[in-house]
Design a protein around this ligand. Sequence first.
Ligand code: ADP
Ligand code: MG
Length: 298
Amino acid sequence: MGGRFSITIMANDSAEAGKYLDLAITEIKRVEALISSWDKKSQTSEINRNAGLKPVKVDRELFKLIERSISLSKLTDGAFDISFASAGKLWRFDGSMKKLPTEAEIRKSVVTVDYRNIVLDKTASTVFLKTKGMKIGFGAVGKGYVADRVRSMLISEGVGAGIIDASGDLRVWGTRPDGEEWKIAITDPADKRKTLAVLPISSGAVVTSGNYEKFAKIDGKRYAHIIDPRTGWPARGLVSVTVFAPSAEIADALATSIFVMGTEAGLNRIDQMPSTECLIIDESGAVFTSKNIKINQP
Ligand code: ADP
Ligand code: MG
């Protein structure tokens, strides 16, 4: 999945724990083989290869993930869009990019990006990308989705508590050995040794999208690896977005979307959603939180 996973579980002894960890690794690989757009053998790659040509029959699981991704596009007014994948190619976020593409190149890069052109046929369980050159990718929800799947699988195996950390996308359940709720520490971006806040997470997910790792710096400006599908421009202005939600998939998608939507629209949308909260840090270091997060209390 292009990142480190870390799995913490409660078990009676290390042999039992080892068995659960093996199951978790198998589950991660299984999901990756289905949703990866790098793996040429995946069903996702098959959908992409057939863009503009024909519908592709897929597993129910992938069908439903795509269906939910489209709902998230509607919820975020298109800020989140799994068909962004054809646009990403114009940018490199590994520090090697020195000059901006032209406005025409940027505009051209998003002509095939539009979640409304992902055609689903529920009865036939097929997915069709209407436009040639169109591509889907789960870079912004995949890790969250995997974390959710691993958690469900472990719960069905009888694991009472744990944390799945899919490169910073956390899904937790149960309580700590001492009976306390799991807590998450938010790092102060101004001083990485300091903690800005410690917040409880009972049985949900917390995901942070940050632009301190993958970004392009051109003429002194930072461009995040998250792209506004409507313009083709990388999102700007925010440094880190943390979302608390009932599932890691939703938290992952929303964290990415808020980067694109910006502080005001992002907070507004989050405040309308039940059991969903967020914490935003912008380029100037200012911290914004949704209605029910209070970080300044002792
Ligand atoms: P991270 O991997 O840093 O946690 P995100 O979860 O925010 O980051 O996902 C970023 C990835 O999502 C990008 O690398 C890209 O693959 C994909 N992506 C970028 N912009 C969008 C977008 N607007 N909608 C959906 N996916 C996107
Ligand atoms: Mg994300």
